[in-house]
Design a protein around this ligand. Structure first.
Ligand code: NAD
Length: 699
């Protein structure tokens, strides 16, 4: 008969096998009541002579999927996980973890304190703490290497990527795979252990898998270096590798103590705080503010994309990558074939790099159905327009779509800057129109700004959010304004980076400050990538001057496409190399303008790159273009590669202190004689009150 040990843990003595079942929906997190229940269960197992073995299993979709991150940063609630684990690990009766679904983070750490683990072939077993800027702090870094060897352990812990039950069996992380009911499988396995009188070995006592790396340290250091290869400025992956190395240098208990200290250091550090913030920000962003909670998305079974250019192609690939067929529509054969050719080349390149299999590449390409003429969109439930960025063209396309599309179809534009309301106004169904603004390359970048027009219906918004999530994007709902959230803020940074050139900083200095901060690219390397000629021609058409980029273009420096721009490029390489010719050109231009270069400090550059963006973010909040500061951060994290460990511009401003941000903006407003840099009213108010942007979300 089943006995409830705590709100979430029950015990069932099945003829000597005590089955402990955790039922803590949705993900069986290790919250306080689970810990209390396990403590009671293992105490019972110890004290009750009728119990011969213990099985630990979970109800629901998965095994324990980790710590309860809602408890992070709050005072610890007894019992601590360490006490529970010690009791389990020291059990004199066999303990079997019967795992299904997921055993992640604290979940896997719990199983490492059992004598035996069995799992279904598709179970995912891993230690993903690193993704929140942390490390497995309940012995994971000390026990996993003892089970699978330090080389594989460091890879799993540093990347946070799980392995499957089938793989786990091969590497000795589990003893058997099973199908069906975990508790029953665990019970059968426990009886086998008892019948065979299998020895009970505690993971902590078995150093045999450490021997090879202890004898040849390079085995470990190479594996650690490979796992950390793509690390850009994150401290947690390095700390993870260091902790795994303790298994080679220290006895178990000492390693555990050092792991704990490192864990607390990360937990209290700014990086993990920012990473945990980003995790919640992403979840929040999926909730559409101001829409009834029970709003149902419309059914989207078929999708059409208009335009097979840079963006249309990338968007189509995103759908195909998620296994969803799309129709992609062009004006003529030539454009369509070019577009399809680029997508195929992209897939083939990914397959050649080993990112996907050749069959996958063919399968995905097979989901993209090329067509000529808008008529082909008539059956689509969702139509995403990605044609040229001109209002006249957009209006023409939407007028036609209005006549062609079936009733209730969602009509989305991928426009970067143009007014969604103006686009919607040419249709008789503005309630069905909105923006779905993807970022380039659209098959890679995860952000999708969902632009809400004045008349967009709630269910249309919810549909766009659901579709974006289905294809693996991170949606952020924003209001309609020039450049929406991301590009509107980027323009403020662009203005400052240009000004700084005229004051005396060089492109490479400015870019270096920005990349050192953690952005993937500086503004000038970005300009070189995009090409300088488009802006130059448009300035000439409008009779506008911008002396430095004009001078570069006049010298034939259009960016990467001509092998030189703000930088020079070696043939076949995209790596920007500072060019003395550019410095000379800047000097000459400034001389002609009667300007003198001054030494600009890196601190000034950083402040002028970031704070004006934050100021614009404050205006965006005042105007309710974004509902939450965290939505703005999501835009920057997933659309522009803002370093996750700095949480986004608004979170970063909070961490610097809004008073400091506001004071510096005032200072630069005066220094550059630009009143628009004065702190926005909302920023000023929060700064004066000693508050943060985050306080707005809470309040
Ligand atoms: P692009 O020039 O590469 O592609 C546009 C495509 O649309 C062309 O292939 C063209 O033949 C096709 N087209 C034009 N009119 C059409 C019509 N009536 N019917 C069918 N096809 C038609 O442009 P892009 O860079 O892909 O940009 C598309 C949209 O996405 C623009 O609104 C742009 O502002 C936006 N956007 C671009 C980026 C970027 O970085 N390139 C990023 C975000 C958003």
């Amino acid at each position: 008969m089943s006995e409830q040990l705590s709100q979430t843990v029950s015990a069932d003595n099945r003829d000597g096998i005590l089955v402990l079942t955790i039922d803590n929906p949705p993900v069986n997190a290790l919250s306080q009541s689970v810990r209390a229940g396990l403590l009671a269960g293992f105490t019972k197992a110890k004290d009750d002579a009728s119990v011969k073995a213990v099985v630990l299993a979970c109800a629901g979709r998965a095994f324990i999927s980790g710590a309860d991150i809602r408890e992070f940063g709050k005072p610890p609630q007894a019992p601590g996980l360490g006490d529970v684990l010690a009791l389990m690990e020291n059990s004199s009766k066999p303990v079997v973890a019967a795992i299904h679904g997921n055993a992640l983070g604290g979940g896997l750490e719990v199983t490492l304190c059992c004598h035996f683990r069995i799992a279904t072939p598709t179970t995912r077993l891993g230690l993903p703490e690193v993704k929140l800027g942390l490390l497995p702090g309940a012995g994971g870094t000390q026990r996993l290497p003892r089970v699978v060897g330090p080389e594989l352990a460091v890879k799993m812990i540093v990347t946070g990527e799980p392995i499957t039950g089938t793989e786990a069996l091969k590497v000795g992380l589990i003893s058997e795979t099973f199908e069906g009911d975990p508790a029953k499988a665990g019970e059968a396995f426990a009886r086998k252990v008892l019948a065979e009188k299998r020895p009970l070995v505690r993971v902590r006592d078995d150093d045999s898998k450490l021997a090879a790396a202890k004898a040849d340290r390079k085995l470990f250091t190479d594996a650690a270096a490979a796992a950390n290869k793509r690390n850009r400025g994150l401290i947690a992956p390095l700390a993870c590798a260091e902790c795994v190395s303790y298994t080679l240098d220290y006895p178990f208990d000492k390693g555990l103590e050092l792991e704990r200290a490192k864990f607390l250091e990360l937990m209290n550090g700014d990086q993990s705080k920012a990473q945990r913030y980003a995790f919640f920000a992403e979840r929040e962003a999926a909730k559409v503010a101001g829409v009834p909670a029970d709003t149902k998305p419309r059914d989207v079974k078929s999708v059409a994309i208009i335009g097979a250019g840079t963006m249309g192609g990338g968007i189509a690939m995103s759908f195909a990558n998620a296994g969803i067929p799309v129709t992609i529509i062009e004006m003529g054969d030539e454009q369509l074939n070019r577009g399809l050719g680029i997508m195929k080349k992209n897939y083939d390149a990914t397959a050649a790099r080993g990112g996907i299999t050749a069959e996958d590449a063919t399968k995905r390409m097979g989901l993209i159905n090329g067509k000529i003429g808008l008529e082909a969109a008539k059956d689509a439930d969702l139509i995403i327009e990605a044609v040229f960025e001109t209002m006249a063209v957009k209006k023409e396309v939407f007028t036609k779509l209005d006549a062609i599309a079936k009733p209730g179809a969602v009509l989305a534009s991928n426009t970067s800057y143009l007014s969604i309301d103006e686009i919607a106004s040419v249709t008789k169904r503005p309630q069905d129109v909105l923006g779905m603004h993807f970022f380039s390359p659209a098959n890679v970048m995860r952000l999708c700004e969902i632009v809400r027009g004045a008349k967009t219906a709630p269910d249309v918004l919810v549909t766009a959010v659901a579709v974006a999530r289905k294809i693996g994007k991170v949606p952020a709902v924003v209001g309609n304004c020039d450049g929406f959230v991301g590009n509107r803020m980027l323009a403020k940074r662009g203005k400052q980076s240009d000004l700084l050139l005229y004051e005396g900083a060089l492109p490479q200095q400015i870019d270096a400050v920005v990349t050192k901060f953690g952005m993937p690219m500086g503004p000038f390397a970005m300009s070189d990538l995009a090409g300088l000629d488009i802006g130059w021609r448009s300035r000439k058409d409008r009779g506008i001057k911008s002396e430095i980029p004009d001078a570069l273009c006049e010298a034939g420096r259009f960016g990467q496409k001509t092998g030189k721009g703000y930088y020079k490029y070696e043939a076949g390489s995209r790596a920007p190399i500072p060019d003395p010719e550019v410095e000379a050109l800047i000097d000459q231009t400034l001389q002609k303008m009667g300007k003198k270069r001054r030494a600009v400090s890196d601190d000034e550059i950083l402040e002028r790159m970031v704070y004006p963006m934050v100021n614009e973010g404050a205006r965006i909040l005042e105007e309710k273009i974004a509902a939450r500061p965290s939505d703005i951060d999501v835009v920057w994290l997933y659309g522009y590669g803002w370093p996750i460990y700095r949480g986004g511009p608004m979170h970063y401003a909070d961490s610097v202190g809004l008073k400091q941000v506001a004071d510096r903006l005032s200072y630069y407003a005066k220094q550059t004689n630009d009143p628009s840099l004065e702190p926005a009213p909302l920023l000023k108010k929060l700064a004066d009150e000693g508050k943060t942007f985050a306080s707005l979300a809470a309040g």
